[in-house]
Write a protein of this length. Structure first.
Length: 308
């Protein structure tokens, strides 16, 4: 937890609370007339909470000290908190549409009378079938920072998303399982024996990236070669880690080419996650602008709050 923790009387200037609730994390920001009053985070993500009844105690453990007695505080929450396995399912909104709609917020009854909670619904696409939760808020935040942007927004992560944005609307999007595949291959598959937990080899990443983009159909074979080279040639685990990343991101970019080719691109996410994508796009002659993910989430929720 960071920032002011409040007191028994809560935060006197508290107007509302922004909550980003993902699968593995819970982040909250207290906001007042002058901006951010306090910030806090925990590992009580959706995946860690067994039942819907566990969500309110997890939230109160994080923000309880901020809440004043005798009045309700509005809370806007986005992310997996609105999933089918979350606190309360918030139905998806169909694209094309604006990333956020105040009228679509899902009110959630709370036991604590100090809480007035509403959940932001995610977005869906019928053909090809696709969904997002949480990214719609980051997209809205990016459009608040870059008004009038028309092009493509890439949100790399566990489930990377490529989003076509035009006239303030999400036109279409495509999700790639790249981050989750990296985790499974490096930690669960046979490749785990030769993949370092950290470290980087920039040259190996660039080589694998180029190979996967030019020959994506060879991905499965090239993945196993990481194991074979470790056994036969002593391939460094750090080099293997970078090559694995390059192969997976290269295959993703090859498949996402209709999105980024000839388009301005915004990257939204943490620097460590966005940097390999920026390098991969630069190799294709595209200079992508990077916006921090947490800042975009807060900007998106703030934009929504201003419309209420």
């Amino acid at each position: 937890m960071s920032g002011d923790g409040g007191s028994r009387g809560g935060l006197p200037d508290l107007h509302w609370i922004a909550v980003d609730w993902g699968s593995t994390h819970l982040r909250a920001t207290a906001l007042g007339p002058e901006g951010v009053l306090a910030e806090a985070g925990s590992e009580d993500g959706m995946a860690r909470l067994a039942t819907p009844k566990a969500f309110e105690p997890a939230l109160l453990a994080l923000i309880g000290d901020w809440l004043p007695q005798g009045r309700q505080v509005p809370v806007l929450a986005c992310g997996m908190v609105g999933a089918r396995q979350g606190w309360r399912e918030a139905p998806y909104r169909a694209t094309p549409c604006a990333p956020l709609d105040p009228a679509a917020l899902m009110a959630v009854p709370c036991h604590d009378p100090r809480l007035s909670l509403r959940i932001v619904p995610g977005l869906m696409q019928a053909r090809p079938a696709d969904v997002m939760r949480g990214e719609e808020v980051q997209i809205a935040g990016a459009l608040a920072v870059r008004p009038g942007f028309d092009g493509v927004i890439c949100l790399p992560g566990t489930h990377s998303k490529w989003v076509h944005v035009s006239a303030g609307e999400v036109v279409s999007f495509q999700t790639f399982l790249t981050g989750e595949m990296f985790a499974l291959l490096s930690q669960v598959s046979v490749l785990r024996h030769g993949i370092a937990a950290e470290g980087w080899d920039a040259a190996a990443f660039a080589e694998a990236l180029s190979e996967a983009q030019s020959r994506p159909e060879r991905l499965a074979a090239r993945l196993f070669s990481l194991r074979a080279e470790a056994l036969l040639e002593g391939l460094s685990p750090v080099t293997a880690r970078a090559r694995l990343s390059g192969l997976l991101i290269g295959a993703e970019l090859a498949a996402a080419r209709p999105y980024w080719l000839g388009q301005p691109v915004l990257l939204i996410g943490a620097e460590a996650v966005a940097a390999p994508y920026a390098q991969a796009l630069a190799a294709q002659g595209i200079t992508a602008e990077h916006l921090p993910g947490a800042a975009c989430s807060l900007a998106g929720l703030s934009r929504l709050w201003a419309c209420l």
